[in-house]
Design a protein around this ligand. Structure first.
Ligand code: NDP
Length: 450
């Protein structure tokens, strides 16, 4: 079976897409037990088909900056798999965006969306546009120019994008405005919409809340709880903020936040109202938080030990990486472990390197919640937004939050039981990847070769 997996990975290697290769390597090796148990997947070339997106669209975006000069960026949509429903996955605006990154994100999204138990396929998109330092007018004009092309390939029953890094409620608003003008439709094509025009209550909070619900379930299984735990959180965007909020609700205390310029350590616990004011209202940096909060310390990136992410040097019981991919490497996890950290729940996509995951899985006293399972609450709630839009309804915050909580419990138990079924008890990487894969692969078999 190893030979079959290696053959598929060899083909990916030829494309020189290291981030996608990393994601595919993790998934394919971890699902080996089911491939060995059920030969139909190899017989029908499921892996070869699964690692190739159904469709990739790349386009030019031309927009006018505040000086009246035309600027050009690249736009993409990777429509990876529609085996379980319309393509679904966020849009990322960040200078690091390229096809490699979007293929990794779209690939992960297939299994994550499958795990939610809802009817959604996998996709991802975005642009190398950098929103940092741009004026409100520039952001609006860029979003409109992006939608000029994207509107041709998306639709409420075809492909439903949402936000990701650099794309929040403001950007979704500008894109939706352009979408409805271009298509003459007012439908559920984008999720993460404003509450006055079709957005779902609790969607903003969903990824962070969901990650904490998952961590709570994981610790409960180990006869432990979040109560009284000191937690380290990276990032300071959507996922980080609502992880910190829900941790407090469970009696835990988040003591760090970060961005690409450095991290803040606030041993009293992060002041959520202040953080929201700085990030959501003023669109400031974490260093502004340290300036405003007595006792909080800002450490800039140039002070980090080479090859490490400084935020993980802080002593904690558990860590919630919530910024970006590969932000937690082997040196980081060794430091965390040495300092007493005994669980990691991934809010970001693929924040841990393969070596750090292997280290975590090898420790008998460590609990690891992989991104695909732990951060699926965002996309699950996006699908709840699609359901509300289709029925022209709006559910209460409590109703959506309760559904989210139940979905996260189900994902945990499905992953846990699947790991046990394949004789990898406690290994949620194996459990979530196999559970996600099985449903997609079965649908592909039923759809024939397409
Ligand atoms: P935001 O844009 O709201 O926040 C991203 C945060 O991460 C910012 O603090 C940003 O700092 C930091 N960051 C981004 N890139 C880097 C980098 N290269 N180095 C250091 N810090 C960095 O994004 P989200 O909170 O929405 O997303 C965070 C992660 O969660 C991503 O991996 C995303 O794919 C994942 N995710 C998000 C979901 C959602 O619902 N939003 C759903 C599931 C997963 P700076 O401002 O300096 O760039």
């Amino acid at each position: 079976m190893g030979a079959y997996i290696n053959k598929v990975l060899e083909n990916i290697k030829k494309a020189s897409q290291p981030t996608f290769l990393q994601a595919a390597t993790e998934v394919l090796h971890s699902i080996e037990p089911i491939l060995r148990a059920d030969k139909r997947y190899e017989q029908h070339s499921i892996l070869e088909r699964l690692v190739v997106p159904e469709k990739v669209t790349q386009f030019r975006i031309v927009w006018i900056d505040d000086k009246g000069k035309a600027q050009t960026n690249l736009g993409y949509r990777v429509q990876f798999s529609s085996a379980l429903g319309p393509y679904k996955g966020g849009l990322r605006f960040h200078p690091s965006v390229n096809l490699d990154v979007l293929k990794f994100l779209g690939f992960e999204q297939i299994f994550k969306n499958s795990l939610t138990g809802l009817m959604i396929g996998g996709g991802k998109g975005g642009s190398d546009f950098d929103p940092k330092g741009k004026s409100e007018g520039e952001i609006m004009r860029f979003c409109q120019a992006f939608m000029l092309e994207l509107s041709k390939i998306i639709g409420a029953n075809t492909d439903v994008p949402a936000g990701d890094i650099g794309v929040g409620g403001r950007e979704i608003g500008y894109m939706f405005g352009a979408y409805k003008k271009l298509t003459n439709l007012f439908d559920g094509t984008l999720t993460g919409k404003g509450l006055k025009w079709g957005g779902s209550l609790a969607r903003t909070e969903a990824t962070g809340y969901g990650c904490v619900y998952f961590a709570d379930e994981m610790l409960k299984k180990a006869k432990d709880s979040l109560e009284g735990k000191v937690c380290s959180v990276s990032g300071s965007g959507n996922v980080a903020i609502y992880t910190i909020e829900k941790l407090a609700a469970f009696g835990a205390k988040a003591v760090t936040i970060s961005d690409s310029s450095g991290f803040v350590y606030d041993k009293e616990g992060i002041d959520l109202e202040l953080l929201k004011e700085i990030k959501e209202v003023k669109r400031g940096r974490v260093s502004d938080y340290a300036k405003a909060k007595k006792g909080a310390e800002f450490v800039s990136v140039d002070k980090y030990k080479k090859g490490t992410n400084g935020v993980w040097s802080v002593k904690c019981d558990g860590a919630f990486p919530s910024a970006t991919e590969n932000e937690l490497n082997l040196a980081d996890i060794k430091t965390l472990y040495k300092n007493g950290c005994r669980f990691v729940a991934e809010g970001a996509n693929m924040p841990s390197s393969l070596e750090s995951i292997n280290f975590m899985l090898a420790q008998k006293d460590f609990h690891f919640a992989p991104a695909k399972a732990a951060n699926a609450g965002g996309v699950a709630t996006s699908q709840l937004e699609m359901q509300q839009n289709a029925g022209m309804a709006q559910w209460s915050f409590e109703e959506v939050d309760k559904k989210l909580h139940n979905i996260m419990k189900d994902i945990f138990h499905n992953s846990y039981e699947t790991a046990k079924e394949f004789k990898h008890s406690g290994n949620l990487v194996v459990g979530s990847n196999i559970a996600g894969f099985r449903k997609v692969a079965e649908a592909m078999l039923e759809h024939g070769y397409c």
